[in-house]
Design a binder for this molecule. Structure first.
Ligand code: NOJ
Ligand code: CA
Length: 738
């Protein structure tokens, strides 16, 4: 590809185009500047339109500190191309943990430096891969652009058809909704019933606003996914669809306690054509979307595409667009299988809090040794020891204990600032004794820090809290952000909150602590740079099976959406699907038992929970299936997606790290699925002890969820397994090299 260097004199009002193809030529990216000086890009895959010509740019907020005396307020138009460069990149890197041992990062790059008449510069960098593109805005340090405030980013993604989309309502505070499936043109209507307003923090911004990662499928079978990579010091991006009814961007739907009043100043730029998504950033408490200082850049905006759904799952575009690992010594970061004092509280049999004596508490005004316990506090010495024994007996690495620290009595009060101190245990949790006991059995306790979204409170205590963890030998923390953000008015996915989550990850790394962050913003591949970020929630997890249930196809969608940015702590492994058998909870899990086993493979994560109660795993009728959870690995040398279709089914085979053992899992929706697995991936000449955990003939997620069979045989490369997945079911196979 040739390098274009143009003299400034040639530039005014010239529409100049650059283009670049992916290494195998399947994807082509075209860039130009139109006659108003607006940057435009378009994208094709095997000659088919993926993104029609779409504008790029940012609208800035007026600010008394902004550079004075300039005609342009915005970074939207008046641009000409100052410089254009292409280059190639090809490297293979090894993640600290992952789905494969090696990851190839191979792309062609187009970098365009744009200049406005008043000598402000902005660079747009495109990376074109065989399975998608990434691009971002870069703002070099310059006299005429120093500090600036973002009113809105206007990155457009013009769709080439009325695709089917799997989407969540665009929301500044929660991702814990059921995924909706409909045509783009139906989103506005479907939004009316898509929002669960009872979540602890909801702020929906538009009747056509959706979240990323957004998975779509075109009528002619193209799979298209829009997301972002490396969201650092920037607000999380949503997408707003311009449809036939859109009059202006962003009309507030409202709701929840955090209802957002939209910026009253409409955008100065014309609406794009219908069927175009436009970026919509999460505002901070003032309504602004970004506070920038050059040199800086935005996150990468990503578009993945393929005519094979499996490529959506094996794609490494998001990780590749992140910076290499910044942690020098990673020897303390490890894949972890854990159980925990958790499910019995979620289901409602026990409590996080210790006493029912007070309507509210103030941490420094209570003598906990004099307080009357409620008798239902779960994080007590006896219960925790039982979980430690269970973990030790079954080869689980850690035991999560929630509710160990004072403050849970009124933790969910919306505006309480000093909720927890993260260092004071309740009187019935002997932190030294329990950690010593766990360590003597080769097990660790997994720390829990629910911040109750009082973020400054957490930052004030974090050093002491992590020193306490170091003192007692904890090496992982589950953080949580339930409720509206304090300081008031801020949102879970704003620039300042994204900076908070990163601060926590970096601070944890200093203390050799792994992080699993619940309710934080959706991941964008930062785990490549900070591999101590081993997990996160940021979607509707298993807990919702106790809150009324999730649809059986839920976990056949998440790998296409939420998991694009990084692993999820989905907390699978619920064997007793009927919760009323051991609690007063009448909800039930919408999968079969084998469907639960499949999730250890189809929902990739280096952190995997065995979430049910030890007593359920020990039940004679259920215990044989627990062998799979004992055996399954959670770090891999190789992964092969054998079948996939969003919201229908996913089948994957994975090779356990440093071994010749393989594990295969398949999960399907409410319609069931028949799978045929060719064992081509096994080593030639080797024999494998194959154990198949399958739904019984009459199994059904609603009518007969716990009916399973276990069959064993010896297999070799080339053999074929035929397995029937029940409605809402799945299967799991272990293949141990002999
Ligand atoms: C919500 C989390 O998702 C859940 O796992 C946790 O138990 C509760 N918050 C309490 O922190
Ligand atoms: Ca949650």
């Amino acid at each position: 590809m040739k390098k274009l260097l143009l003299s400034l004199a040639m530039l005014p009002l010239m529409a100049i185009a650059g283009n670049v193809k992916s290494p195998n030529g399947n994807i082509e990216l075209k860039f130009s500047v139109n006659k108003e000086g607006r940057p435009v890009y378009e994208m094709t895959y095997k000659g088919r339109e993926v993104i029609k010509p779409s504008f790029l740019g940012l609208e800035l907020a007026k600010d008394k500190h902004a550079s004075a005396g300039l005609k342009e307020t915005d970074l939207m138009d008046g641009f000409s191309i100052k410089d254009e460069k292409t280059s190639e990149f090809d490297e293979t890197w090894q993640p600290v943990w992952g789905e494969t041992k090696n990851i190839r990062n191979h792309y062609n790059e187009l970098t365009v430096t744009l200049q406005q008449q008043q000598r402000r510069e902005m660079t747009i960098r495109f990376r074109v891969y065989d399975d998608g593109i990434g691009f971002r805005y870069e703002f070099p340090q310059q006299a005429n652009l120093n500090y600036f405030l973002i009113k809105e980013e206007h990155t457009e993604f013009a769709m080439a058809g009325d695709h089917t989309a799997w989407w969540l309502p665009g929301d500044y505070d929660t991702q814990e909704q059921e995924t909706q499936e409909c045509k783009l043109s139906e989103i506005r209507e479907k939004m009316k019933t898509a929002v669960n307003w009872s979540n602890s923090s909801v702020a929906v911004f538009s009747p056509t606003g959706v979240q990323t990662s957004l998975q779509m499928k075109s009528n002619d079978g193209l799979y298209i996914n829009i997301h972002e990579a490396a969201c650092l010091d920037y607000a999380t991006m949503h997408l707003e669809l311009v449809d036939a009814e859109t009059k202006a961007l962003t009309t507030q739907l409202g709701g929840g306690s955090n209802a957002y009043t939209p910026n009253p100043t409409p955008s100065a730029y014309p609406l794009p054509k219908p069927m175009t998504f436009v970026s919509h950033l999460t505002p901070d408490a003032t309504g602004l979307k970004g506070c920038m200082q050059t040199p800086c850049s935005t996150p990468w905006r990503t578009v993945m595409v393929s005519d094979d759904a499996r490529d959506m799952l094996s794609n490494n575009l998001i990780l590749n667009l992140n910076e290499p690992c910044k942690i020098e010594d990673t020897s303390w970061i490890h894949p972890t299988k854990y159980c925990g004092v958790w499910w019995e509280m979620i289901v409602g049999r026990g409590n996080w809090h210790y006493t029912n004596e007070f309507p509210s508490i103030q941490l420094d005004k209570i003598d906990w040794t004099k307080v009357k316990p409620n008798g239902t506090h779960c994080a007590n010495n006896e219960t925790v020891k039982r979980y430690i024994d269970f973990a030790a007996k079954n080869g689980l690495d850690e035991v999560l204990v929630e509710g160990w620290n004072v403050g849970w009595e009124d933790w969910a009060n919306m505006w309480k600032r000093d909720v927890f101190d993260f260092v004071t245990p309740y009187p019935d949790f002997d932190i030294k004794m329990l950690n010593d006991y766990a360590h003597s059995k080769g097990v660790k306790i997994l720390m829990h820090h629910e911040t109750s979204s009082s973020t400054q409170n957490y930052e004030r205590h974090i050093k002491e809290a992590y020193e306490l963890m170091n003192k007692y030998g904890y090496d992982a923390v589950k953080t949580g952000y339930v409720g509206d953000i304090i300081p008031r008015g801020d949102h879970h996915y704003s620039q300042s909150m994204n900076n908070h989550y990163l601060y926590v990850i970096k601070e944890a790394a200093k203390h050799h602590i792994m992080v699993n962050s619940h309710e934080a913003t959706r991941p964008t591949g930062l785990c490549r740079t900070y591999p101590n970020l081993v997990g996160g929630e940021s979607a509707r997890g298993t807990e919702y099976e106790a809150f009324g249930g999730s649809r059986p196809d839920h976990t056949c969608i998440l790998p296409f959406t939420r998991l694009q940015g990084g692993p999820m702590d989905y907390t699978p492994g619920i064997f007793e699907t009927q919760l009323s058998t051991w609690s007063k909870n009448t909800s039930w899990v919408r999968t079969t038992l084998c469907g639960q086993l499949a999730l250890y493979l189809t929902m990739y994560s280096p952190l995997q929970m065995a979430a049910d109660l030890p007593e359920n795993y020990e039940r004679p009728d259920l215990a044989p299936a627990f062998q799979f959870i004992r055996d399954v690995a959670c770090d891999w040398d190789d992964s092969k997606y054998l079948e996939a279709e969003p919201a229908d089914y996913i089948t994957v085979a994975r090779k356990a790290k440093g071994t010749d053992n393989w594990f295969v899992g398949g999960k399907c929706d409410e319609n069931g699925h028949k799978t045929t697995i060719k064992l081509d991936f096994l080593n030639k000449g080797k024999k494998y002890e194959c154990t198949i955990y399958a739904d019984a003939k009459d199994a059904h997620y609603e009518k007969n969820p716990k009916a399973f069979t276990i069959t064993k045989r010896v297999v070799k490369q080339g053999d074929v397994l035929k397995i029937n997945e029940a409605p809402g079911g799945g299967f799991a196979v272990s293949l141990m090299a002999k």
